[in-house]
Design a protein around this ligand. Structure first.
Ligand SMILES: Nc1ncnc2c1ncn2[C@@H]1O[C@H](COP(=O)(O)OP(=O)(O)OP(=O)(O)O)[C@@H](O)[C@H]1O
Ligand SMILES: [Mg+2]
Length: 288
């Protein structure tokens, strides 16, 4: 397998410039609600992310992807280790966009007001705010729905509003938690290309969580593969496919196919060998 880097080795990105995000020996445990049971959501997670890098995070459900994003955003603090963004402990704010797994739109506000929300907090002048709302709403194909309310939109449309809201403040760090999960397959592919196009202009750091290995590879400079119990980084894989990736059939490239097969095999063997997974238990009990 080509281009595999061990996580123990300082990343190539770190070697070429100061890390925009440093994650060092991070651990996080949760107590299950109404129970004494402790969940080790993350243990010993280390990763350097250089500026202008697009990272995809993949791994089985429950391996701590969302927990890691929330800590990079500063929404929750690590129990062990440290996370630094621009050399400081992170805090949620306009320089840190977050697209949540659930859309989290404000139901009583219009689409326009939802997209303007962060920029209002950021005190961006009204004219610039309006211009950005229009620009980003048309980018996600929802210009005509600016005055609609969230309950008038489909799941995919809500997700696109959430995306416009995160992109419009043009943050230096954009954290995306399965942002395209509820978007239909065709729109999803278009959105992937739109995101890449936008990122190629503004080029901050993106950390993008997805369950789609294809999507992870198409978008990223580096794919971070995580594993569960405890949540940890298994390896970091460089994606050396040329950019821009929208003007050729990236999925047909042999490097893409190699990488996809490799990552799928890793994930499959993790799930099959995990005694806590439903799949393992079905196999062990002889159920298909
Ligand atoms: N607030 C919390 N309280 C208790 N346990 C939590 C909490 N948040 C996360 N966990 C647990 O931590 C582990 C990691 O959760 P997390 O949501 O980060 O996983 P994930 O990789 O994002 O999963 P998925 O792919 O299903 O979204 C899980 O076992 C989860 O049950
Ligand atoms: Mg999650």
């Amino acid at each position: 397998m080509r281009d595999i880097e061990s996580v123990a080795i300082p990343s190539k990105a770190a070697a070429t410039g100061p890390a925009k995000i440093t994650i060092r020996g991070v651990g996080k445990t949760f107590r299950r609600p109404r129970s004494e049971q402790i969940v080790e959501a993350l243990k010993g997670v280390s990763l350097d992310v250089a500026d202008h890098t697009f990272i995809s995070l993949v791994g089985p459900s429950g391996c701590g992807k969302t927990t890691l994003l929330r800590m990079v955003n500063g929404l929750i603090k690590p129990d062990a280790g440290e996370i630094l963004v621009n050399g400081k402990a992170p805090e949620p704010g306009p320089d840190m966009g977050f697209v949540f797994q659930s859309f989290r739109l404000i139901p009583w506000e219009s689409v326009r007001a939802n997209v303007a929300f962060v920029m209002r907090i950021n005190h961006l002048p009204k004219a610039e705010r309006d211009e950005r709302v229009d620009r980003y709403l048309s980018l996600v194909g929802l210009a005509k729905f600016a005055n609609s309310f969230p309950n008038e939109l489909s799941g995919g449309m809500k997700q696109r509003v959430a995306l416009a809201r995160a992109l419009a403040p043009e943050p230096q760090v954009l954290l995306m938690d399965e942002p395209f999960a509820s978007i239909d397959a065709q729109t999803r592919e278009l959105m992937q290309f739109e995101l890449m196009r936008l990122w190629s202009i503004n080029k901050g750091v993106v950390i993008f969580v997805t369950h789609s290995v294809d999507e992870a590879i198409v978008l990223a400079d580096r794919v971070v593969l995580m594993g569960p119990r405890p949540g940890r980084i298994i390896e970091v894989v460089d994606v050396n496919l040329p950019r821009p990736r929208w003007d050729y059939d990236v999925r047909a490239r042999p490097e893409f196919i190699d990488l996809r097969n490799y990552l799928w095999n890793q994930i499959r063997s993790m799930v099959i060998s995990d005694p806590n997974s439903d799949f393992f238990q079905r196999q062990a009990s002889g159920r298909a």
